[in-house]
Design a protein. Sequence first.
Length: 86
Amino acid sequence: MKLIDDLYNLYKHMLTGDEEDADIIVFSVLEAMDRKDLLELIAEMNDEELYSMVGMYMIEKFKSKMAQDGIEQNEIRSVPELKNLH
């Protein structure tokens, strides 16, 4: 995505290697955007970028829902339970 490439090139000399660098930069950019800006950004994405973005969003929301319901990573489900998930 061109926006990410441009942001990275603009700030790479200031990055510390901490994941918070990305959070701070991205949230700052998002704060300055409105719905129209976001939709224009999405319209510029190719199919792979769009699926990746939506997929990551869905995964994070699903994980959040699991955490909210207290489902732990180490809970083992039986094979029949896993087959019936879908």
